[in-house]
Write a protein that binds this ligand. Structure first.
Ligand SMILES: NC(=O)c1ccc[n+]([C@@H]2O[C@H](COP(=O)([O-])OP(=O)(O)OC[C@H]3O[C@@H](n4cnc5c(N)ncnc54)[C@H](O)[C@@H]3O)[C@@H](O)[C@H]2O)c1
Length: 505
């Protein structure tokens, strides 16, 4: 499975082919007790999806299908495998909005809720193309007020035909491209924030179902897959994200006594976090920070632990003191960092070793053991310097690229499943703090300083409060292992690394 480019977290496009099935690295939404509605669910990929959902904890599924031919057999088959009352059949032609709405009503009447909609119904018939368009584009995007958990999910079945060329079926391709486009637009963050309905499109490769008219020819022309691949895909995609409730959580912010780190601490407190630990080398910054926090949020909302992140014992002490005082710890922001290529060994020690210390202590031990809710979060602070080219500070750039790489490798599903710690990175652009205002001279000197003076003036700067606001939204909901840019005071966007395999010539 190849996770494809998209800058908005509520919309994703997944390509599923036989040779590219990989487990997604995102945090699982608990499917237990959820209710799903699958259009075209009585056969083929739809039925495979129904079974995959039931197998993975979904309580019951409505099959909304126009085809009643083999329904009795399908229902008996499901009852045999999963027991009674796990499925409802509602005869539905999705091109008829009343019939479609009826399927929703009947589902809620019987199961009292609806959490997952799979818009799977579709045909391949170039001769009857008007019908093909009507069915494949008739996607019902509904704000589900009856969901059980914090969010609902709509999965739209597109196809690799949406992104590839299949000259035998140009109209089919166009309908599937429409499905992908609808998903990307209705999946815009502005809809998600209002509805908490997450949209994603799945693009299966050639899959052996009755939709494939000539299986022998298909096998000759394309890599084909059986339904097992689709099973895996539905489970991992429908299990994607959930919203972390910040209420009552405890956060530890390194370098949190000033600069952007202090803004993260305050923004977290503003959004329900109970208390923060500021783990910083500077006593003097900390005294000011503690009194500012007390003034805005009242007593007992912050603890200062003098910490140099390059010293793992001091870092561990910050965790121990946090747990001693607040009893748990849920969020770690590995923010401490310096920009000074002149003292590059120290820069590497703080920016890279400090982050590794945080991940080792947090992911393997303290967050893993002492989180309060179902999951904990580690945010590693990188920079646009870790993604782009800034020749006047090459070593700083290297340290920040390392932070992104650490995140992508620790932010994988195998680590998540083991620890329930979600890891992601943000890359702020130029932000007004002493790190920038005092940048001059903190480089290898000579030509490096000349380049700095020439290049930096052209870059626009943002306020640290903006970075903090965007980060807090990501802490609440963003996929594991992802990298986000926050620059120029604009909304965050995901930085998607190209898949090496796609560059094969
Ligand atoms: N300001 C920017 O433009 C910008 C842009 C992208 C990324 N960043 C990153 O954001 C993070 C915070 O930067 P900032 O701009 O707030 O810098 P800052 O210099 O204003 O604040 C850094 C804080 O880290 C603390 N610190 C330094 N060394 C430490 C150590 N060894 N152990 C613990 N604490 C230590 C300092 O005392 C200070 O409180 C850094 O990782 C930086 O690389 C900054």
């Amino acid at each position: 499975m190849l996770r494809n480019k998209n800058k908005y977290f509520s919309t994703e496009l997944f390509v599923v082919t036989d040779f590219l099935i990989r487990k997604m690295s995102t945090m699982p939404l608990d499917l237990k007790g959820k209710i799903a509605l699958v259009t075209g669910g009585a056969s083929g990929i739809g039925l495979a999806c129904v079974k995959a959902l039931l197998r993975n904890g979904v309580k019951a599924v409505t099959l909304a299908d126009i085809n009643t031919n083999s329904v009795e057999i399908v229902l008996a088959d499901i009852e045999k495998e999963f027991g009674a009352d796990r499925v409802l059949f509602v005869k539905t032609d999705v091109t008829n909005s009343q019939q479609f709405e009826n399927a929703f009503k009947k589902t809620i009447e019987k199961f009292k809720q609806l959490d997952i909609l799979v818009n799977n119904a579709g045909i391949y018939n170039e001769q009857e193309w008007e019908k093909e368009v009507a069915i494949n584009v008739a996607l019902k995007i509904i704000y589900q007020k009856n969901r059980q958990g914090p969010e609902a999910v709509i999965v739209n079945l597109a196809s690799i035909a949406a992104i590839d060329r299949f000259p035998n079926g140009p109209i089919y391709c166009a309908t599937k491209a429409a499905v992908a486009t609808l998903t990307r637009n209705f999946g815009d963050i502005s809809y998600y924030e209002r509805t908490k309905v997450r949209l994603l499109a799945v693009c299966p490769g050639v899959t052996m179902t009755p939709l494939v008219v000539d299986p022998a020819l298909a096998r000759k022309l394309y890599p084909v897959q059986d339904l097992e691949g689709i099973h895996q895909c539905f489970v991992s995609t429908a299990s994607d994200k959930m919203v972390l409730n910040l209420e009552g959580k405890i956060a530890l912010v390194t370098g949190g006594a000033s600069g952007i780190g202090l803004r993260y601490a305050k923004e977290l407190l503003r959004n329900g976090v109970k208390a923060v630990t500021l783990a910083d080398v500077s006593d003097s910054f900390a005294q000011v920070a503690l009194s500012e926090i007390e003034e805005e949020f009242g007593p007992n909302r912050a603890l200062f632990v003098k910490t140099d992140v390059t010293d793992i014992q001091q870092f561990e002490n910050a965790f121990k003191k946090t747990i001693e005082k607040f009893k748990h710890v849920d969020i770690l922001i590995n923010n401490a960092g310096i920009l000074n290529d002149k003292i590059w060994e120290k820069e590497i020690a703080i920016n890279i070793n400090g982050v590794i210390h945080g991940i080792l202590l947090g992911l393997e031990n303290y967050l893993f053991k002492y989180k309060q809710g179902p999951e904990a979060v580690i945010v590693n602070i990188s920079s646009i310097a870790g993604l782009g080219v800034f020749p006047f500070i090459p070593i700083y750039c290297g340290t920040k690229a390392a932070v992104a790489a650490l995140t992508r490798n620790w932010g994988t599903s195998n680590h998540y499943e083991r620890t329930k710690v979600r890891v992601f990175t943000i890359c702020p652009g130029v932000t007004v703090t002493p790190l920038i205002t005092e940048i001059s001279g903190r480089n290898l000197g000579g030509v490096y300083e000349d380049m700095l003076q020439k290049d930096l003036g052209g870059m626009s700067a943002q306020e640290p409060e903006h970075v903090a606001k965007e980060l807090v939204k990501l802490i609440q909901s963003c996929p594991n292992g992802t990298v986000w840019v926050i620059e120029d005071g604009k909304p965050r966007y995901e930085y998607v690394f190209p898949e090496r395999e796609t560059m094969l010539k």
